[in-house]
Design a protein around this ligand. Structure first.
Ligand code: 13P
Length: 293
């Protein structure tokens, strides 16, 4: 594995820094804008991202930004392309490369992430445009009889194919197997499903020859489902999340960067802080938040 992959992965989880996920697809950013009564035009999306990327002092806390296909081709108000604008502040540009979660065949309520066709060529173009890391999100839903092993393993397989292709292109893959926090399930059920998902993901990564020193893991925290009548407190979330990752994430992985998944910014921050207060850990623990930032 190249030293560049290792050093990029390490830089993304430098102490006290985390990642800004600004890679909402056009559909998702429209939902966010609708909620505050802003029309989602290309210029509004550009202006919003520009505001985030040029915030004074951002580079003190943000190591990298995940861009969307439209965004990586846009420019800051002064005409500098966004990837260069970020790089000049010492922020590493990255790119979401999956094509979204679609219905999984013969599996009601379950999803599979698409986007592998033509990925090698797209990765080469993104690297040319300045990206140094990539992201692929798999979605695992907890419900009465789901997730199925079929859903867990097909998503893990796709994550590993994405990761292997990214490393081949000299890009650090952020492997995101997201177990959704929505639902009535208990924290114990979240622990069980997250364990199964991580087990499948790291099995496929190994089988597909992915170098763990050159990836980052972007998982959910182990929490009670949002509609569960009993809500686990901060200590319980920290303990169960850490136990789950100690059992399933090899120490060779340089960093775990959590998604926020619809938690409030206060909750997402309190949970991460409680986990780091119990450190040191085998991996750096940080964030790759969208909504919570
Ligand atoms: P949230 O932190 O809003 O869950 O977004 C992170 C992300 O990139 C999901 O793919």
């Amino acid at each position: 594995m190249s030293d560049e992959l290792k050093s990029t992965a390490k830089a993304l989880v430098a102490p006290a820094k985390g990642i800004l996920a600004a890679d909402e697809s056009s559909g998702t950013i429209k939902k966010r804008f609708d909620s505050i009564g802003v029309e989602s035009t290309e210029e509004a999306r550009r202006g919003y991202r520009d505001l985030l990327f040029t915030t004074e002092g951002a580079a003190e806390h943000i190591s990298g930004v995940i861009l969307y296909d439209e965004t990586i081709r846009q420019s800051s108000a002064d005409g500098t392309p966004f990837p260069a604008k970020l790089a000049e502040q010492g922020i590493i540009p990255g790119i979401k490369v999956d094509a979204g979660a679609k219905d999984l065949a013969s599996a009601p309520g379950e999803k599979i992430t698409e986007g592998l066709d033509g990925l090698r060529e797209r990765l080469a173009e993104y690297r040319e445009l300045g990206a140094r890391f990539t992201k692929w999100r798999a979605v695992i839903t907890i419900g009465e009889d789901i997730p199925s092993e079929y859903c867990v393993w097909t998503n893990a397989h796709a994550l590993a194919r994405f990761a292997a292709l990214s490393q081949e292109a000299g890009l650090v893959p952020i492997v995101e197997p997201e177990v959704l926090m929505d639902g009535t399930h208990t924290i114990e059920r979240s622990f069980d499903v997250t364990s199964r998902t991580l087990h499948a993901t790291f099995t496929e990564l190994r089988d597909q020859r992915v170098h763990l020193e050159g990836i980052l893991l972007k998982p959910n925290m182990v929490v009670s489902g949002y509609e569960c009548p009993t809500q686990a407190n901060v200590d319980e979330v920290a303990e169960k999340t850490l136990l789950c990752f100690q059992r399933h994430v090899p120490a060779a992985v340089p960093g775990i960067v959590f998604l926020s998944g619809g938690q409030s910014d206060e909750d997402a921050t309190a949970h991460l802080n409680a986990m780091n207060a119990r450190g040191p850990h085998a991996w750096q623990l940080s964030y790759s938040y969208g909504r919570a930032l």
